[in-house]
Design a protein around this ligand. Structure first.
Ligand code: COA
Ligand code: ZN
Length: 315
């Protein structure tokens, strides 16, 4: 039997939050439907942040109410503080994610808190959520590099990971928010962690800003990571991390993993269809390299328009 890799689709939250134009609730639900039809079973749907900070997430309650329900479906919401947590709980979530960036500068820009304040807030939310019986992820944002302070020391990522695990987090998402990481950094961060903790406690959240996401994902696989985030069509970016572009495209990661003999439970053809839905709702061309290849194949095999023979032209 093939080994299963967990994919958390983050296009609806991480992907859409950076879109300049507001996407309607109905369109977000259309995309969620296409992703669920493709076999996505873990999906970060919304964030409960201040609507002034991220206007795209202002309809989080309405989106949540309309999400397609399927057996085994696991929807997650990002929460920046206790207020966001209470909103997520009231909306019905059983899985939330807290976020802490690696530096003061990034946390101040993102959450209006220093790193120490963010750590304390995350611990508080994790403790409350676990007491309520919820599953909690902790994103370590800027784990490879901070958009303001440069390369992140591995020791910082280890310290924050250990602190969030001690508070009760069940998944540490090591996040390359600005897509500046390289495979050696993946190894340097994850090898020591996986030597001490269960690999199921860690996931990789990779952006593809500089084209290194798949190489980084594979370094994660070699280290023993079996859970990755991805975003349909490579949608995304972070409004508080200048220059950040989308996550690794879900279709690229799924294709790579299937080719390498892993199972994801995701139907690549149906996922390819979901890219078209994402393009329609964001009115922008999307798709990673796999989608580009599929399109070139389609162009090659499409029926060519009839060309008149020279004698026809003479008549
Ligand atoms: N959702 C909605 N409103 C919230 C909130 C939340 N999670 N947290 C705080 N607020 C409200 C408070 O109730 C208060 O409202 P009032 O003025 O009507 O009393 C107001 O926001 C200010 O509260 P404060 O605690 O001082 O928040 P802040 O202004 O320091 O902002 C955050 C902090 C975290 C709410 C804001 O920076 C934020 O939403 N950041 C999210 C950034 C993001 O989404 N980044 C990408 C994902 S990592
Ligand atoms: Zn991200």
């Amino acid at each position: 039997m093939k080994e299963r890799i967990r994919i958390t689709e983050v296009g609806l939250r991480d992907g859409l939050q950076n879109q300049p134009g507001l996407v309607s609730t109905a369109d977000k639900l259309r995309l969620a439907g296409a992703l669920v039809n493709a076999g996505i079973r873990q999906l970060e749907a919304v964030s409960f942040v201040h609507p002034k900070a991220v206007p795209q997430m202002a309809d989080a309650v309405e989106v949540t109410a309309g999400l397609p329900q399927r057996a085994g479906m696991d929807y997650m919401a990002l929460v920046p503080n206790l207020k966001g947590y209470e909103r997520a709980k009231a909306a019905g979530y059983r899985h939330v994610a807290v976020v802490l960036a690696s530096t003061d500068a990034f946390n101040l820009r993102n959450l209006n808190m220093t790193l120490a304040e963010t750590e304390a807030t995350c611990q508080e939310v994790i403790r409350q959520a676990t007491a309520d019986g919820m599953v909690v992820r902790a994103y370590i944002s800027g784990a490879f590099s901070c958009p303001y302070d440069g390369k992140t020391p591995v020791s910082v990522v280890h310290r924050l990971s250990e602190k969030m695990l001690a508070a009760g987090a069940s998944d540490i998402a090591i996040s390359d928010t600005i897509g500046a990481g390289n495979p050696q950094q993946v190894i340097d961060i994850l090898k020591p962690l996986l030597a001490r903790f269960d690999s199921a406690l860690f996931s990789l959240h990779l952006h593809d800003t500089r084209g290194t996401a798949l190489a980084n994902a594979w370094a994660g696989i070699e280290c023993g990571v079996r859970h990755f985030d991805a975003s349909i069509g490579g949608l995304g970016g972070c409004p508080f991390a200048p220059g950040a572009t989308g996550n690794v495209a879900t279709e690229d990661l799924v294709h790579l993993l299937h080719e390498a003999g892993f199972d994801t439970g995701i139907d690549l053809d149906a996922l390819y269809h979901a890219i078209a839905v994402a393009e329609t709702i964001t009115a922008q061309p999307l798709g990673g390299r796999y989608a580009q290849w599929r399109r070139s194949q389609e162009r090659r095999t499409a029926p060519q328009p009839a060309v008149c023979a020279p004698q026809d032209q003479r008549t």
